[in-house]
Design a protein around this ligand. Structure first.
Ligand SMILES: *Cc1c(COP(=O)(O)O)cnc(C)c1O
Length: 374
């Protein structure tokens, strides 16, 4: 049996173990300590836009706290891109709020600014002005932030940016994760860098960062005993996981370069295969980390047979995210737009894109692709 080639697997830089050992030697084996503070500083420096970063236990926790800090309460409406992973939408449900799902535009596959405005207007007529707009940079591709921010500012609705897949991506030279009132990052095992599991909330306001850490550490009031005036959470990142993060930050730029090279490699393979479209940035304003390289095939049947051909060669591939408004759990939520995301889901496939793919693995992938389309 051949060894499995994964879509995106953890890729250590080499110094992670050093930071973990340091944590053991100094007994900072806790959800606080020098690695947590150091990792936050590394992220803020990388994003380079006068931001403050709170390291958390997951990207999902970051989105949950982000919504809480934006004041989302039971019964509120929250706008959310439909074309995404369920972790974008679930925190809206945790709060007893209603997600309002928005279709994608076909250039970046992210939130369609026209459908966004239509949804806001319509919900306002119903007396239900949305409390927040949750935009995603899917597969690392930046959303059309100028257009989205114009709509958000027109109606004075804050943006929560889901940058879980887009660390290292930028739009018009500005890093993804620095556009929203708040932004979420993820360091799950399959993301561009990993802490095994982890996430972060990014904000331009130091007081929001402090509030996020307060809520993430059980909301303890300032008192010698345990005193609570608010509901808290246990969402802080472990100092051990943060040690992995510090090691990963040393190689983040290399990881972005490597994923972009894999995307170019796929472009070369498919340049002579007219049935396949490699999803690529519409122009130079959009700089994608190409977390995953994704392709569109000519039909659902062709997509499935390619997926199965790869699977029988022990190569993982995966259909694009199934839109949230088509998920059974969200079937009663309002939806605005057409069928852009639904159509992408029918014919799209994610290909192995890890920064640690070897030449031998790339040859195996190329062989299957070339013989499939022969
Ligand atoms: C991974 C991911 C998340 C959730 O991050 P976790 O760290 O796994 O909780 C949220 N949104 C998107 C788009 C993601 O890809």
């Amino acid at each position: 049996m051949k060894e499995k080639i994964w879509l995106s697997s953890p890729h250590m830089g080499g110094n992670e173990q050093h930071y973990i050992n340091e944590a053991f030697e100094t007994n900072w084996v806790a959800p606080l300590g020098p690695n947590v503070v150091g990792f936050e500083a590394d992220l803020a420096h990388f994003l380079d836009n006068d931001v403050h970063v709170a390291a958390l236990s997951s990207g999902t926790a970051a989105l949950h706290l982000g919504l809480i800090l934006l004041g989302v309460r039971p019964g509120d409406a929250v706008i959310c891109q439909t074309f995404t992973f369920s972790a974008s939408a679930n925190p809206i449900a945790y709060l007893g709020a209603t997600p309002i799902f928005i279709d994608s535009e076909s250039e970046t596959w992210n939130m369609c600014p026209q459908a966004l405005e239509e949804a806001i207007k319509d919900q306002m007529v119903l007396g239900n002005k949305p409390k927040a707009i949750l935009v995603v940079h899917l597969y690392g591709m930046p959303a059309k932030m100028d257009e989205i921010l114009t709509v958000a500012n027109r109606y004075e609705i804050p943006i929560l940016e889901d940058s879980a897949e887009a660390l290292g991506s930028s739009y018009k030279g500005q890093m993804c994760g620095t556009f929203g009132t708040m932004s979420a990052l993820s360091f799950n095992g399959n993301k561009i860098i990993t802490t095994s599991g982890g996430g972060a909330l990014v904000t331009k306001s130091e007081s929001i960062k402090d509030r996020a850490i307060f809520l993430a550490t059980q909301a303890r009031d300032d008192a010698p005993h345990y005193q609570h005036s608010e509901i808290g959470y246990n969402y802080r990142l472990s100092n051990i996981a943060a040690g992995i993060g510090r090691g990963q930050m040393e190689v983040l730029s290399e990881r972005v370069d490597a994923r972009r090279k894999i995307h170019s490699w796929y472009q070369t393979i498919f340049s002579s295969i007219s049935e396949v479209q490699v999803f690529t940035a519409p122009n130079a304003s959009f700089y994608s980390n190409y977390w995953l390289t994704t392709i569109l095939l000519s039909s659902f049947e062709q997509r499935e047979s390619l997926r199965l051909a790869l699977e029988s060669a022990c190569i993982e591939s995966r259909p694009l995210w199934k839109p949230m408004h088509l998920q059974p759990v969200f079937e009663s939520s309002p939806y605005y737009g057409k069928t852009v995301a639904a159509d992408l889901f029918q014919v799209g496939l994610c290909l192995p894109s890890g920064s640690n793919l070897t030449e031998i693995e790339k040859n195996r992938i190329e062989e299957v692709l070339v013989s499939f389309f022969k």
